[in-house]
Ligand binder design. Structure first.
Ligand code: NAD
Ligand code: UPG
Length: 429
């Protein structure tokens, strides 16, 4: 099938490379010329395991990128993988979706054959039918159902495991308003939905939109609950990891997403939980539990720095921050808890030296004033204290030998020889 994908960021690039892998002809439509150039040169514009090989294999044959929306006419289906950021007040900002839908609608105005437009971006219920659909209709001059169709297909991939998550998901959700749209999506996803391990959910567009938010709200709240239980466990001098490992044996709860510590960041949980909170309020409902999940999450970085301050006078102290990305396996720093830690440390006058295996170049422009090291050992050399902000596997069994004072506050439960340290504090254990 000929597929175009509007927006070639973390989702659009991954989906494009994976669909090319499944045998489709894929075109990325992207406004950033550097990204277009990278893809056409067979290079991955982002760090994501398994992506570079796929782009190198398919670029120039079944995978191509362009800045021209007009090329969407030569495809049968277009996925909108555009950003849906949060506004200042936390609500969903649809400006980029509107602009993308307008450009696509204009491009489809000259198309004679049928076309399906699939919203893959995370959007609140009603957006696909009440915002994207009408824009496509007015810009293309074609009524929905008259050769032009819309659908919603939320994406559940995670950063760091995006390729595997897309190709081997737990579930795929098709939100459609017609059998034709559903059949097209089934054909496109055939090898994925034929897997025994993948559940296919076929539903209406609004439910598909809300499934995505409900999924993220559930997971984010689970981590906040785990963090609250961890904070309580610490007060009782109990180990939250042991406690929650036992709790997770109850299969109604599951042992996954049970890691307490610095909390959740990334490009999705914070903005999606906030969009759902703002959306719920707009509908007249106060989402008290989601408000609390955010409040618990916001407090964890401050608690971490507070724990360090119990042992080190932070004013003028050299503090190593280990890990900058919002989680291991990615160079994505959006809403990374590590950045909150840096802010709190800077507020208290610490001299910060940071290390991350892949994310330093993304952080440097935002924090040019802090020092960056080439290795964890380099960051620790001569430091008066260290905090662990991201659970990169390479931090396990790290030697903290070169530190001026081996005071370590761990926000992510790495493997540590506690006896070799002057002070070791776990945030929730
Ligand atoms: N990142 C994730 O893990 C993830 C997972 C599931 C769903 N989502 C959702 O998918 C959507 C996209 O997320 P992302 O992380 O890929 O975003 P992103 O910011 O990484 O990428 C978006 C891309 O769209 C491009 N773009 C912006 N305006 C454009 C326009 N008018 N025309 C063409 N291209 C344009 C940008 O240059 C950028 O490359 C969001 O709604 C997000 O919530 C993200
Ligand atoms: O037990 C856990 C699990 C996660 N986290 C943190 O939670 C955040 C999010 O982690 P994760 O969900 O693995 O990463 P994302 O790539 O943000 O993926 C989430 O957000 C995506 C975008 O919507 C969805 O597609 C995915 O299904 C959803 O898991 C990170 O800061 C993690 O450090 C914890 O603190 N403890």
């Amino acid at each position: 099938m000929n597929v175009s994908i509007v927006g070639s960021g973390y989702v659009g690039t991954t989906v494009a490379a994976c669909l090319a892998d499944l045998g489709h002809d894929v075109l990325n439509i992207e406004i950033d010329e550097d990204i277009v150039e990278a893809i056409n040169a067979g290079e991955a514009p982002i760090h994501e395991s398994g992506l570079a090989e796929r782009i190198a294999e398919h670029a120039g044959t079944s995978l191509r990128a362009t800045t021209e929306y007009g090329d969407a006419r030569d495809t049968d289906v277009t996925f909108l993988c555009l950003p849906t950021p949060q506004s200042e007040d936390g609500s969903l900002d649809l400006a980029i979706m509107r602009a993308g839908a307008e450009s696509l609608g204009r491009a489809l105005a000259d198309k004679d054959d049928d076309h399906l437009v699939v919203v893959k971006s995370t959007v609140l219920p009603g957006t696909t039918e009440d915002v994207v659909g009408p824009i496509l209709e007015s810009e293309s001059g074609t009524q929905l159902g008259d050769g032009l169709e819309i659908a919603m297909n939320p994406e559940f991939l995670r950063m760091g495991t995006a390729v595997g998550d897309f190709l081997e998901p737990d579930k795929v959700v098709f939100g459609t308003a017609s059998d034709g749209a559903d059949a097209t999506l089934r054909e496109l996803y055939a090898p994925i939905i034929e897997r025994e391990e993948t559940d296919l959910v076929e539903t209406d567009i609004r439910e598909a939109e809300l499934i995505k938010y409900a999924n993220n709200a559930f997971l984010a709240s689970k981590v906040s609950l785990v963090n609250e239980l961890g904070n309580i466990a610490r007060e009782y001098d109990a180990d939250a990891y042991e406690v929650l490992e036992a709790v997770g044996l109850d299969d109604r709860i599951s042992e996954r997403f049970m890691r307490s510590g610095l909390g959740w960041g990334g490009s999705c949980f914070p903005k999606d939980v906030n969009a759902l909170r703002a959306g719920a309020r707009e509908q007249g409902y106060d989402p008290d539990l989601l408000d609390a999940a955010v409040a618990v999450n916001d407090e964890q970085p401050r608690r971490l720095v507070g724990l360090l301050a119990d042992h080190v006078d932070l004013e003028g102290a050299r503090i190593a921050v280990l890990g900058l990305s919002f989680k291991p396996g990615t160079d994505d720093i959006r809403k990374s808890r590590a950045l909150d830690v840096i802010e709190y440390l800077a507020d208290r006058g610490a001299d910060i030296v940071a290390y991350d295996p892949v994310a330093i170049e993304n952080v440097r422009p935002e924090y040019p004033e802090i020092e960056y090291a080439d290795s964890a050992e380099g960051a620790l050399e001569g430091a008066d204290g260290a905090v662990v902000a991201t659970d990169w596997p390479e931090f396990d069994d790290l030697s903290f030998e070169g530190m001026a004072r081996s005071v370590v506050v761990d926000g992510r439960r790495i493997e540590v020889d506690e006896d070799a340290l002057e002070v070791y504090e776990g945030l929730t254990w």
